[in-house]
Design a protein around this ligand. Structure first.
Ligand code: SF4
Ligand code: F3S
Ligand code: FES
Length: 248
């Protein structure tokens, strides 16, 4: 059965804006993005929202629904009370372009700063031989749809604009962990994770893991293991001896 829902949506651009109230029809089985599309069709044709697949796979429709980062296309209206006011705002960590659309180029910048997969010299594609366990370990990380909700929610940059230059965010620290766990990657990911990508800023609050729509255990399976790898290397007696000898 259909009903009328109360929506409060952030609207604005150029650094200015406000929440606007709407009453809009909802039909059975709909998600928040359906309702936003109905608003566009019936009341606010210029309401900006980014979306693409409507299947939870493109990562475009990230927004904050009642203060929590969610995919609009995967948030069922049935999870709310019919008389509840549903507040929809853009992701807070990134600059707003218009209404619900944010400029997520911070994330692409961080992606570019990570050197790509670096195999050893002399090993050609097709010659890599990996244990199944190594394949499986990174499989989880490769489910990422780059919705950037983990980076959006992490307090290191959500509340501290000044940390953005030094912190790659959970999505890209996970990418570094994925590469470091690859048996054929020879780049030194450990030192750069710490010194260039801000691994030390992460204090394991796990908010990133909580919001991931792909249910990737970002903190437990990528960030904590990466921290352990960094520490292991620091206290590795051979590395310690090498540093002593060569850094005199
Ligand atoms: Fe989104 Fe999860 Fe990927 Fe982060 S790790 S960008 S929350 S899919
Ligand atoms: Fe941030 Fe996730 Fe670490 S939310 S502090 S990156 S555990
Ligand atoms: Fe693609 Fe929502 S529209 S994830």
């Amino acid at each position: 059965m259909g009903y009328k829902a109360k929506f409060r949506i952030w609207r604005g651009e150029g650094g200015e804006g406000k929440l606007e109230d709407f009453v809009v029809e909802v039909n059975e089985g709909e998600v928040v993005l359906d309702v936003i599309h109905r608003l566009q069709a019936t009341q606010t044709p210029d309401l900006a929202v980014r979306w693409n697949c409507k299947a939870g796979k493109c990562g475009s429709c990230s927004m904050e629904i009642n203060g929590r980062p969610r995919l609009g296309c995967m948030t069922r209206m049935s999870t709310f009370e019919e008389d509840e006011t549903i507040t929809v705002t853009p992701m807070r960590t990134f600059p707003v372009i218009k209404d619900l659309v944010t400029d997520v180029s911070f994330n692409y910048q961080k992606a570019r700063e990570i050197p790509s997969f670096t195999p050893p010299q002399g090993v050609e594609p097709g010659e890599y031989r990996m244990q199944q366990i190594d394949v499986e370990r990174s499989q989880e990380f490769r489910k990422c749809i780059e919705c950037f909700m983990c980076n959006n929610v992490c307090h290191v940059i959500r509340d501290h604009e000044e940390n953005k230059a030094a912190f790659a965010g959970p999505r890209f620290l996970m990418r570094i962990a994925e590469l470091d766990m690859h048996p054929y990657d020879v780049a030194d990911r450990k030192q750069s994770a710490q010194e260039e990508h801000g691994l030390g800023y992460c204090n394991i609050t796990k908010c990133c893991t909580e919001v991931c729509p792909e249910h990737i255990k970002i903190t437990d399976n990528a960030l904590i293991p990466m921290k352990e790898r960094v520490v292991d290397r620091k206290y590795d007696p051979l590395v310690w001896l090498g540093n002593k000898i060569f850094k005199r």
